[in-house]
Design a protein around this ligand. Structure first.
Ligand code: PEP
Ligand code: MG
Length: 597
């Protein structure tokens, strides 16, 4: 295996390894130079080693303990399932019962014990081999019922391995330095586990530019490319690799001259980033004196340290999903309170806007045990789920209200589509307040503002009535584009059609912004366009004065704001809003941006 260590200059290209270039969609800029690491989510990498004859009994005991622990964990989940709404609870109950049976003296357990005794291998490897064999057998039987059970068997196997290794499942915990991850797909939960100290970047076969995985890559400052068909066929683990997140390119086994060129590009990219950092202390003000508020979107608590140093004036969107990811149970009120309170305190008087759980669609949260509907993007998700399972919302609201004692917070509701939902949330909030009083717990007074995400076309069209019941709006152009154009934001096969500059999307943004201005409530844009300087003049021209974006984007957007004239931008926005063709809109915007440069 080739070694690529901290210093990429020591990359050695093995003789006979040809340079190969792959093209995809660049979703997070930057250059990664490192070693390829293949990530296969279906297969947990486990250590395998031989054991001595005298260790067989203790290894079998270790396995029995892992089985007992798994039975206990599943029993807990069964208990929780009883509190769930009837149909979901029943379905989950059957599944968990099946897991219990698999752990109860079944072929799996007997097979693993046999392998430990006869093959004299460690328990983790025995589990993995036995699972692989059962899965192969099921797959060969060409039976739809058994095929559907394969993932369940793998799940039980993963649980046993986790218990044996006594670590929560951390798929990226053993990475070499400068690993460039190559995967069929990375979920937002996987991405949350990436440590930028080891990971240099990633490329996936599946995914869209506006997917949460792409958003998280930008937040973590990790170069990333998606839509890389064929990359897993060509790439062996451990080979040298270059990834260009701006151009959407991956180069396997780069030639020496290619490496030299990319090292130069990387140095230039880092130099420009350092230069932009110098803007952090200057105000975000247009040439004609309009001050714009730039806030941060954060996905993970670690980002909070960079919020204030980036020059952001607060957090316009905290995606609270991270608290629910990569775990079996749901976070309780105290845990959420301590996370939020810590973040509020670290913002030193700047506002923290906490969005309630936006689960569903591509942001699957297994701990919620929600059966995936026919169309997850349109199903029981976000605020709909929180209202269907009010205990989730009550827990979050109580935690947010308590955290509000330590500094200013705002509550933001995802995927609202009707006024009724806002009224229901306010009624639940009243109950939460009453209970906090009864518990003699301090909470924010006055109560934090409650804002509505405008990310469903129907909400944008009903913005006037929603504005009556909202203290602020945050326009989520990622979902607004997805739902207006009926294009799955995470699907690479339609990624070329995903276009926030479509006149229908822009009209909805304009409509919602104007409704907020009429109702005199603050309105921000917090979708990905807010962090792309290409769109800044247009958003300002549409009346937006508050943008929330990944921390890394704040300097470039600020530079754009400082170079533009708001009166001219407003005039250009008017011309753009008269167009019916996205290509023409793009051209008018690019011409305007170029003239200003
Ligand atoms: C959006 O939809 O634009 C948004 C900001 O929310 P998310 O990307 O988390 O769906
Ligand atoms: Mg959204």
């Amino acid at each position: 295996m080739n070694q690529v260590p901290d210093d990429p200059t020591v990359i050695a290209v093995a003789a006979g390894d040809q340079e190969r270039v792959y093209h995809g969609l660049g979703v997070s800029p930057g250059i990664a130079i490192g070693v390829a690491h293949r990530h296969d989510a279906a297969h947990v990498a486990v250590p395998e080693y031989r054991i001595l004859r005298e260790k067989v009994d203790s290894e079998r005991r270790r396995f029995t303990e892992a089985v007992t622990a798994a039975q206990g964990q599943i029993a807990k989940l069964q208990h929780k399932a009883q509190d769930m709404p009837a149909s979901a609870g029943e379905e989950l109950g059957y599944l968990l019962e099946a897991y219990q049976q698999m752990l109860n003296g079944s072929r799996l357990v007997r097979g693993v014990e046999h392998r430990i005794s006869e093959d004299r291998i460690n328990a983790e490897a025995a589990v993995q081999r036995e699972i692989d064999q059962i899965v192969q057998g099921f797959a060969a039987m060409d039976d739809a019922y058994l095929a559907a059970r394969i993932e369940d068997i793998r799940e039980v196997g993963r649980r046993l391995v986790r218990n044996l290794t006594k670590t929560p499942y951390r798929p990226f915990s053993m990475l070499p330095k400068n690993a460039v991850i190559l995967a069929e797909e990375l979920s937002p939960a996987d991405t949350a586990l990436l440590d930028p100290a080891n990971v240099a970047g990633f490329a996936t076969v599946l995914g869209g530019a506006a997917s949460h995985t792409a958003i998280m890559a930008r937040s973590l400052g990790l170069p990333a490319v998606i839509g890389m068909a064929g990359i897993l066929v060509g790439a062996k683990a451990g080979i040298p690799i270059v990834l260009d997140g701006a151009e959407g390119k991956v180069i396997l086994n780069p030639r020496p001259d290619t490496l030299v060129a990319y090292r130069k590009r990387r140095a230039e990219f880092l130099r420009q980033r350092r230069q932009l950092q110098r803007l952090r202390k200057v105000p975000a003000i247009t040439l004609d004196g309009a001050e714009i508020s730039l806030q941060a979107n954060i996905e993970l608590p670690v980002e909070i340290t960079s919020v204030l140093t980036s020059g952001a004036t607060g957090v316009g969107l905290l995606r609270s999903e991270f608290i629910y990811m990569n775990r079996d149970d749901l976070p309780d009120e105290d845990e959420q309170y301590s996370v939020f309170a810590d973040l509020v305190q670290r913002l030193d008087g700047h506002t923290l806007t906490i969005r309630t759980l936006d689960a569903g669609g591509e942001k699957a949260i297994p701990a919620l045990r929600v059966a995936e509907g026919l169309n997850p993007a349109l199903g029981l998700r976000a605020i709909r789920l929180s209202l269907k399972r009010p205990e989730i919302l009550e827990t979050q609201l109580a935690a947010i209200l308590r955290a509000g004692v330590h500094g200013p917070v705002r509550i933001l509701l995802p995927m609202v589509s009707t006024v009724d939902e806002l009224l229901a949330v306010r009624a639940i909030l009243d109950g939460v307040v009453r209970r906090l009083k009864r518990r003699h717990l301090p909470f924010a007074t006055p109560l934090p503002p409650i804002g509505t995400m405008i990310e469903v076309p129907g909400a944008a069209l009903a913005a006037d009535s929603l504005a009556w019941h909202s203290d602020f709006f945050a326009i989520g152009t990622n979902d607004l584009t997805q739902y207006t154009l009926a294009i799955d934001r995470a699907d690479e096969s339609v990624a070329h059609l995903y276009n926030p500059l479509h006149p229908a999307v822009l009209r909805l943004v304009q409509f919602a912004a104007e409704a907020a201005l009429r109702a005199r409530i603050p309105v921000s844009v917090c979708g990905e366009v807010a962090g792309d300087p290409r769109f800044t003049a247009l958003l300002l021209g549409l009346g937006i004065r508050d943008l929330s974006m990944a921390v890394a984007s704040i300097p470039v957007v600020k530079r754009r704001i400082r170079s533009l004239d708001l009166v001219a931008a407003t005039r250009r926005a008017r011309v753009i809003m008269d167009q019916s063709d996205s290509a023409r809109i793009g051209q008018l915007l690019d011409d305007f941006n170029q003239d200003a440069d």
